[in-house]
Ligand binder design. Structure first.
Ligand SMILES: [Zn+2]
Length: 125
């Protein structure tokens, strides 16, 4: 949905045009954070990653977004309403949500509540 190419000094950010209309601002903060984390934390590119490095990008990126005031539980709830595609490079979305919420001590009940709100948000678009 978002790709960042190039170096920190000269990078190009590309948003998926359909997603740009449908994804809430809180979610973008975490998606941008994740992609910037790949760049600044030397975690390789998002497309050529592995589940361990991608989780590091999730956690570092979430720290940036939370420092800017965005809500991790709302982001994780939104992720749970995505189809749970499993890939070799990224693992399962549901496992990632569990690992990220455990890392930051976010209760599962809070994530589930936000997932219900995210479903309603999607239904209204
Ligand atoms: Zn990644």
């Amino acid at each position: 949905m978002v790709t960042i190419r190039g170096t920190l000094e000269n990078c190009t950010i590309t948003l998926h045009p359909v997603a740009a209309q449908k994804v809430p601002p809180n979610t973008w903060a975490f998606l941008f954070g994740h992609e910037f984390a790949h760049l600044v934390e030397s975690l390789g590119t998002h497309s050529a990653t592995n589940p361990a490095n991608d989780l590091k990008a999730d956690i570092a990126g979430a720290r940036y977004a939370m420092a800017a005031g965005y809500r991790i539980e709302a982001f994780l709830g939104w992720v749970l309403t995505e189809p749970d595609k499993q890939t070799d490079s990224h693992g399962s979305l549901e496992k990632r949500v569990k690992a990220i919420s455990a890392h930051f001590g976010v209760p599962q009940s809070a994530v589930q509540g936000e997932a219900r709100r995210a479903s309603n948000y999607r239904a209204a678009r």
